[in-house]
Design a protein around this ligand. Structure first.
Ligand code: NAI
Length: 383
């Protein structure tokens, strides 16, 4: 029986996903750790570091009972039977694969820390989104650094929550994926995690598979979702040129049960910390596997997204008599979508930067994003 869980990374995934486990399983002690003291302090305060509908109630109900937030990483690792690794995996900024591959440094550091301080066997769960076969590297690090007599079993349990609906997605998910090595020990570890989720999720929605399928499924799901957005956005360009209405076209297509209505809303383009990163990750993986046609196919989803953002701004400028110089333009909403305060890769950043380059006066308001964050996003190198 798992009695003690540690989650490394108190971010948008680690925080809500493990808070929900604490909320649903009162007899399991959950400790969420992070190196970022300010973030942990916020988790322990009245104003949580992330905005997510329904999150406050869950955290306030279990905090100090079976849910704890701390920067004492080593102690939490030592005490845990099971460790979720929910650290960030951003796109690499420099070196091999820069601009495409996932930066696995945070995963590796967390894994090394587990190996160095663990004094008993652990189930280590890859929760972060990672390229296919990262679990293999984690296993190598753990086995090479651990002292005798300690066993590490690795599981892949990618997270499918969407920001803005995270609590709903976590309490009533379409599915949970758990990948394991196809060995008796792997299956045993997998069953322990299955039995945690089945405390509140119907058994048929907890899908088990091998490690590599589970890792790849997460990248595949995000690529397919983003592809639909780029597809409808590409059609929106044709609609604008022909006088067709993209909402009518989307409705007509979405009523076909083979297509379905979701993710068919034309927009200024997708944002967020995941879609672009995960597709580029898939592109890099395809290139590494000598599959250039596959890489080009998925790359075009990102290219179309960039084109849509640019096209949107050009249209604003054209509509305002081809100049926005010194015109005051209000931007309502700065987060990458509604019901979140997360601005990572928000289309609003690109939009603002284009408008500012055109010398417009841009006034931004978002009820969930402070002025400091907006300024920081707009003064990032490259924006
Ligand atoms: P985040 O940046 O909000 O949180 C990651 C946290 O990990 C940070 O607070 C960081 O300080 C901490 N951290 C990094 N290295 C550490 C270490 N060695 N020890 C302790 N703490 C450490 O990232 P987010 O959004 O939670 O994403 C985490 C992973 O989940 C990523 O791989 C992401 O792709 C994936 N994911 C994110 C989703 C989202 O909606 N944000 C949805 C599904 C998956």
């Amino acid at each position: 029986m798992v009695k003690n869980i540690c989650c490394i990374g108190a971010g948008y995934v680690g925080g809500p996903s493990c808070a929900v486990i604490a909320y649903k399983c009162h007899d399991i002690k959950i400790t969420i750790v992070d190196l970022n003291q300010a973030r942990i302090d916020a988790w322990n305060s009245d104003v949580l570091p992330i905005y997510e509908p329904g999150l406050d109630e869950i955290v306030f109900a279990r905090r100090g009972k079976n849910l704890f937030f701390t920067t004492e990483v080593d102690q939490a690792i030592i005490d845990a039977d099971m460790i979720f690794v929910s650290v960030n995996t951003p796109t690499k900024k420099a070196g091999m694969g820069a601009g495409m591959a996932a930066d696995l440094a945070y995963i590796e550091n967390a894994t090394r820390r587990i190996a160095q301080v663990a004094t008993s066997s652990k189930i280590v769960i890859e929760k972060s989104t990672v390229p296919c076969r990262t679990a293999q590297s984690m296993r190598t690090v753990l086995e090479a650094n651990s002292s005798g007599g300690i066993r590490f079993d690795i599981l892949s349990n990618p997270e499918f929550l969407a920001e803005g609906t995270a609590i709903k997605d976590l309490t009533n998910p379409d599915r949970v994926l758990i990948g394991c090595l196809q060995t008796p020990e792997g299956f045993a570890a997998q069953q322990k995690l299955v039995s945690i989720y089945t405390n509140w999720i119907p058994k048929e929605r907890v899908i088990t598979m091998n490690l590599w399928s589970s890792e790849l499924s997460k990248l595949a799901a995000n690529a397919l979702l983003a592809q639909r957005i780029s597809s409808i956005n590409a059609l929106s360009a044709i609609c604008e040129a022909t006088g067709a209405d993209v909402d009518e076209v989307a409705y007509a297509c979405g009523t076909d049960s083979r297509i379905g209505p979701k993710f068919l809303k034309a927009s200024v383009g997708f944002g967020g910390s995941c879609f672009q990163k995960d597709i580029l990750n898939l592109v890099y993986l395809s290139e590494q596997l000598y599959l250039p046609e596959v890489a080009a196919y998925w790359k075009s989803v990102v290219t179309m997204n960039e084109y849509q953002k640019q096209r949107f701004t050009h249209r604003i400028v054209r509509t305002l008599f081809n100049t926005v110089t010194f015109k005051r333009i209000a931007l309502l909403g700065f987060a990458f979508k509604k019901d979140t305060g997360d601005t990572r890769e928000s289309a609003a950043i690109t939009l603002c930067s284009y408008l500012i380059q055109e010398r417009a006066h841009v006034a931004v308001y978002d009820p969930k994003v402070g002025a400091k964050q907006i300024r920081m996003d707009l003064t990032e190198p490259g924006v």
